[in-house]
Design a protein around this ligand. Structure first.
Ligand code: AMP
Length: 571
């Protein structure tokens, strides 16, 4: 497919803010799309791989500017100035390419395949000379691009497409494109389910085109990442019984991070909640899984918690969070920050897909195949309870054991990948914490000069937009470098480095930041406030942890904030 033709779709999508119109435009496009070109669906999401591929292009604005300078013969500073003025590097690229093109007689016709090839190679480059190779790959594309094409190449590279299309829009468009009106509603949930199972839109496109029967055939496969089932908050124990039925299963809510453990023959593959493959980082877990879980093939859902190697006391998530990203000195990390697997669900076992089985049955199987070994791998502490008093006692015990509270589960419920359904409810000690993203910041003064030091936090609105909810400056360390195993947390310097890649705009000391990282924040109270676009403000927000295991799409929604605000009033 000509890239130009694909850019026309981007343009039309970007030209309307109405979701229905976007769905219609996409549906028209999908109807004409051949299976051969199906991967352009990744490009619609600003990617060149399916969701579960963790490879990233890793292009900063700086590198994009350098490539643009090379391709158009303009000066880097000039491009930077224009970017500051316009605020959209894509538009700058468009303007520069247009003026240049007038004097160029020959330009190659770009295909989506060529764009894919070069962008994919970007994510595979490693080692010495990487930067200059990256610049060559990008400027090669830009040199043969028209104005509009250059705009979208740059926007894809910096991860800011500005077309307002989410995976749910593509889901609705697939349903509109391939199903009759009477089938459409059901098709939407079947497409969503298939997508939650496979995390690969190109594959779902192919199946949807064949019909609902094909969609329903999508099955689980050990080794392939799948989205995890998520929990809702329970306001009270009574509410939990109403939603989960009697009796329910109560388990400790461990303060760690989610892991999907896959075994396929001899291979163990470990995924986080954001579908990152972290097998290399956790050889200790691989070993325990081989030794203590019986079975040829399985997918086990679990929480990983850390403990102090000397005192054997469990430690908060924050202290082991660095193990998720750390790719060197793994041996040392394993000794200093040992972890234990707390397995709590199983969705696939030796060729059997279990997601439609009731939780009671799944948990029974899980207990059968795991040989509990403390500090290595055990099933989650669980009680089957039919009265409030016992839940309260178990909850108190969990808090005494330094865990976050309880998870209350419906024993009859299936496993719903990717959904925040009411089959699992959380009862937490700390009502006052939220996962949020950073959308802006200010450069500091005095001893914090050169660092970003005050961070604007945001939650997610109904349409997926980001709504600000307060400014945070505490909980972050002053010392220049980080922060190793003995001292968890993050320094201003580290956080600045992380965020700098995502700066979209600078004005005086203030910067606008592309929402990409997730932070856990505690606070004293939520207040109504006209200052922030969410309509709420957190009182005394404090950084507690960088959640590199979570995606921006996981952050708290405005609805959750409202609920927390109301719950506060009730207390
Ligand atoms: P939250 O992150 O507050 O939404 O709480 C949900 C998370 O709690 C899950 O995604 C898991 O990572 C974690 N968790 C801890 N213990 C359990 C458990 N026994 N069952 C399910 N999830 C658990």
């Amino acid at each position: 497919m000509q890239y130009k033709k694909f850019c026309d779709v981007y343009e039309r999508l970007g030209a309307t803010t109405k979701r229905l119109e976007k769905t219609k435009i996409l549906a028209d496009f999908l109807q004409k799309l051949s299976n051969e070109d199906k991967k352009v669906l990744y490009l619609l999401q600003g990617r060149v791989f399916p969701d579960y591929e963790e490879k990233v292009m890793g292009i900063s604005h700086q590198l994009a500017i350098k490539s643009l300078a090379r391709a158009t013969g303009n000066n880097e500073n000039e491009i930077t100035n224009q970017w500051r003025k316009i605020g959209d590097l894509g538009k700058v690229a468009e303007a520069l390419t247009k003026t240049k093109k007038q004097s160029t007689l020959f330009s190659h016709k770009l295909t989506t395949k060529k764009v894919f090839d070069n962008l994919r190679r970007l994510s595979e480059l490693q080692g010495a000379g990487t930067v200059s190779k990256k610049i060559s790959l990008i400027s090669e594309l830009l040199t043969s691009a028209s104005g509009v094409e250059a705009k979208y190449i740059i926007r894809t590279l910096i991860g800011d497409l500005r077309i307002g299309v989410k995976s749910s829009t593509i889901r609705d468009a697939l349903s509109l494109a391939f199903f009759s009106e009477s089938e459409r509603k059901e098709a939407v949930s079947e497409i969503q389910h298939a997508y939650d199972m496979s995390s690969d839109l190109a594959q779902i496109f192919e199946l949807a085109k064949k019909g609902r029967k094909s969609l329903s055939k999508i099955s689980l496969e050990a080794g392939k990442p799948i989205k995890v089932m998520l929990a809702q908050k329970a306001k009270s124990i009574q509410e939990a019984f109403e939603k989960c039925g009697k009796p329910l299963a109560a388990e400790y809510k461990y303060d760690g991070f989610r892991m999907m453990i896959n075994k396929k023959g001899k291979n163990i593959i470990l995924y986080t909640r954001r579908l990152d493959n972290v097998t290399k980082q956790f050889p200790d877990i691989v070993k325990s899984v081989k030794k203590y879980i019986k079975g040829q093939e399985f997918i086990v859902d679990s929480e990983i918690i850390g403990y102090n190697p000397k005192t054997k006391k469990y430690v908060p998530f924050q202290q082991i969070s660095q193990r998720i990203r750390r790719k060197y000195e793994i041996e040392r990390m394993m000794k200093e920050l040992p972890v234990e697997v707390k397995a709590f669900d199983i969705i696939y076992y030796n060729g059997r897909n279990l997601i439609k089985e009731p939780f009671a049955k799944r948990t029974k199987l899980l207990k059968k195949i795991i040989k509990n070994k403390k500090y290595k791998i055990t099933t989650a502490d669980q009680k089957i309870i039919d009265n409030e008093k016992e839940v309260q006692d178990f909850y108190n015990q969990a808090i005494k054991d330094n865990q976050e509270g309880l998870m209350l589960k419906n024993l009859k419920a299936p496993y719903k990948p990717g959904s925040r359904v009411g089959y699992i409810l959380k009862l937490k000690k700390e009502l006052r914490d939220l996962d949020l993203t950073i959308v802006g910041a200010e450069y500091g003064k005095g001893k914090r000069v050169g660092w970003l030091s005050s961070f604007i936090l945001a939650c997610k609105g109904k349409k997926g937009e980001y709504l600000t909810i307060g400014k945070m400056g505490t909980g972050i360390k002053e010392k220049k470098e980080s922060v190793d195993a003995k001292e968890p947390g993050i320094s201003f310097n580290q956080l600045t480095k992380l965020l700098k890649k995502n700066i979209i705009e600078e004005k005086g000391r203030g910067v606008k930041i592309k929402p990409q990282i997730v932070v856990s924040v505690t606070f004293q109270e939520i207040q109504k406030s006209p200052t922030y676009s969410s309509g709420y403000a957190l009182r005394f927000p404090r950084f507690t942890a960088l959640r590199s295991d979570r995606k921006v799409s996981d952050i708290a929604t405005l609805r959750e904030v409202e609920k927390d605000y109301e719950a506060q009033g009730e207390k």
